[in-house]
Write a protein that binds this ligand. Structure first.
Ligand SMILES: [Zn+2]
Length: 93
C-alpha cells in the first residue's frame, strides 16, 4: 500500500507501473472512491490537473485493498467507480 498526497508525478508513475492495481481517492477522511489504476477519472492523464491534491491510497492488488478494507471498513465509506475501465467492478466487497 502506498499513499500519495501532493505527489502527482509519483502517483502518475505508480499508475503506469501498476496497471492491474487499484487506488482510493480520498474525498474526505471517511469518504473514498475506488478506481482501477487505469481510470483517468481523477485527472491522471490531464497535465493541468493535480490529482493528488486529494490523497490517493494505492494498492498493487485487490487482495491488498481487501486487507485495508477489512481493517478500516467500519470507519469509512467506499464508493465504487462505475466507469467501464475500472471493471471488473468489485461490487462484492
Ligand atoms: Zn474510476
Amino acid at each position: 500500500m502506498t499513499e500519495y498526497h501532493n505527489q502527482d508525478t509519483d502517483f502518475r508513475n505508480w499508475c503506469k507501473e501498476n496497471q492491474n492495481g487499484f487506488y482510493l481517492n480520498e474525498k474526505s477522511p471517511r469518504e473514498f472512491m475506488f478506481h482501477g489504476a487505469q481510470c483517468d477519472h481523477v485527472g491522471v492523464l490531464d497535465p493541468e490537473s493535480s490529482p493528488t491534491k486529494k490523497r490517493k491510497i494505492c494498492f498493487s492488488s485487490r487482495a491488498e485493498f481487501e486487507q485495508w478494507h477489512s481493517q478500516r471498513g467500519a470507519d469509512v465509506n467506499v464508493v465504487f467507480c462505475t466507469r467501464r475501465i475500472c471493471s471488473p467492478l468489485p461490487h462484492d466487497v
